[in-house]
Ligand binder design. Structure first.
Ligand code: ATP
Length: 505
């Protein structure tokens, strides 16, 4: 089963060498993997014996395991590099802060560029984020290292499995379950995947298909630990949504749109949907239901968490999140409250850089990642996001109309195992009593009625519902002006998620 296919990132490095770029910026969190790839490339190049020199602020310059210079200052490092006349690869780790802070370093790097042009000497600046001084944009080639590919993870998995067998372990996997293990590892770095597999096999005698579930859980934990993406389990189905026929139909028609068959048919994979609307009317519900309907993993990116900075510098975290998504594709990325992330509230330009990165990614990513973004304050979103071609569709979810409220009551009353018979008539009366209520408010009314009935250990009755309805003041009463604004904004910019007419009752 082992395949000796070179990873995509290897090809990118070779291409840059062939293109004779003296200065390269490699984007990656995986120093070991990058170094190994560069060494592979250096040793495979014909007719030259390349020296391989690494530098970091803590180690100085190292070649063949020995320190050849203990220079720490970035300017001195570049000076030392310029002096070396042999064919060489220079790998400089975490050099990016100096490109932000030191103009002299940027200037010296340009000198390196001119000195190395058309010479077999190549500098690789390795960092997890892209920092390119404007004056150097033309001279630096950017190499975006993907997270490990399917084949790389397969190679890793096979070598760990072989070692397991050597220790006397039994491998009871068929071809399909091999695949499910690799899918479970996608999105992890090589070292994360190695740790996860080692932990999985420690103390075990047999490797079975069901153990892939443990890896899924491990991945969930790792993404949680990183605090970037939250894996959302499939708990909501289309049947849990009352009303909203238009958006449901749109999603059902695209059920297999990310699959091979759709691609063979000539269909471009849909990029995403933006769902905006009145709070509590089912935006999140719709996104959760897509994952179930399309049978794809759903990851939630919370923009507010991103800016809280718990997981690191927001721009880096955002770039990493999109990279993880690329590598777990096909998958759905839920960007919750997108407006709070990309409208410039920080005043420091971070949000506009994140926006720029997001738009470029939306335009250019070839991975099958479907973005489902939700927004309450659509007026805060920059026009570029809403421009045609970014999202496949923008939906507006309004307050439910009477028939939809009946359906929402039905959905939530399904939970009660003990309930007095309720006719169509009762439901339509309940719907009349909840004029301008949101789905969330109806759900709360049903829950509160169930608590009342349960406290007296009896089935839920219509009167319980009326009582709880009378205790509630719906949001629409206090937010009438805001909802009116939202409707008028959406009128000619978004498609109504429901075929019901937009008529105030
Ligand atoms: P917010 O803007 O506050 O995040 P939202 O529009 O995302 O709100 P949801 O989280 O989808 O709203 O819905 C809130 C709750 O209301 C959910 O628990 C859901 O069960 C219920 N609900 C809302 N709309 C509907 C609906 N159309 N059918 C069934 N339940 C609904």
């Amino acid at each position: 089963m082992a395949q000796e296919r070179k990873p995509k990132s290897y090809g990118l490095v070779v291409r840059s060498i062939m293109g004779r770029y003296p200065l390269n910026c490699i984007l990656s969190w995986e120093e070991d993997r990058v170094e190994k790839t560069l060494r592979d490339v250096a040793s495979s190049l014909p007719n030259q014996n390349f020296r391989f020199i690494t530098w970091s602020v803590t180690t100085g310059m190292i070649e063949d395991g020995a320190v050849i210079s203990d220079v720490i200052d970035p300017l001195a490092v570049l000076d030392a590099i310029i002096q070396i006349q042999d064919p060489a690869f220079f790998l400089l780790k975490d050099f990016h802060p100096y490109l932000k802070e030191r103009h002299d370093v940027v200037r010296k790097l340009r000198d390196v560029y001119f000195a190395f042009r058309n010479k077999p000497r190549f500098v690789f600046l390795l960092s997890p984020i892209l920092v390119l001084p404007v004056e150097m944009k033309k001279e630096i080639e950017v190499i975006d290292f993907e997270l490990p590919s399917f084949d790389e993870l397969l190679g890793l998995f096979e070598s760990i499995v072989r070692a397991f067998e050597k220790r006397g372990g039994t491998v009871a996997l068929d071809e399909a379950s091999y695949r499910s293990f690799i899918l479970a590892l996608q999105g992890l770095t090589i070292s994360e995947a190695t740790h996860a597999l080692t932990k999985l096999l420690s103390g075990k005698k047999i490797l079975e298909p069901s153990m892939a579930d443990v890896l899924h859980e491990e991945k969930r934990q790792i993404t949680l630990k990183e605090g970037i993406l939250e894996y959302v389990p499939h708990v909501v189905s289309m049947d849990d949504i009352g009303g909203l026929d238009v958006i449901k139909d749109w999603l059902v028609r695209r059920s297999d749109a990310l699959g091979e068959e759709a691609a063979a048919y000539g269909l471009a994979a849909p990029k995403g949907v933006l769902v905006m609307g009145v709070t509590g009317c089912g935006k999140s519900l719709c996104v959760k239901a897509i994952a179930n309907l399309w049978n794809l993993p759903l990851f939630r990116l919370d923009m507010n968490n991103l800016y809280a900075g718990m997981a690191g510098v927001p721009e880096e975290v955002f770039q990493r999140a999109l990279k993880i998504m690329d590598s777990v594709a096909p998958a759905i990325l839920w960007i919750d409250e997108i407006e709070s992330g990309i409208s410039d509230k920080t005043g420091e330009g971070a949000a506009s850089r994140i926006l720029g990165y997001f738009l470029t990614w939306m335009q250019e990513h070839s991975s099958k990642v479907f973005v489902a973004a939700t927004a309450n304050r659509i007026d805060l979103l920059p026009a570029e996001v809403l421009r045609r071609g970014r999202f496949d569709q923008i939906f507006f979810i309004d307050l439910p109309i009477p028939e939809e409220r009946e359906q929402i009551f039905r959905v939530h009353l399904r939970r009660a195992t003990q309930i007095e018979a309720m006719s169509k008539f009762h439901l339509s009366q309940l719907s009349k009593a909840t004029k301008a209520w949101s789905g969330a408010e109806i759900e709360q009314a049903v829950l509160s009625a169930m608590f009342d009935a349960f406290s007296e250990r009896r089935p839920v009755a219509v009167d319980d519902l009326y009582r709880s309805i009378s205790r509630t003041v719906p949001l629409a009463t206090t937010m009438a002006e805001q909802i009116k604004k939202l409707r008028s904004w959406a009128h000619d910019r978004a498609v109504r998620a429901s075929s019901a007419p937009a008529m105030p009752e």
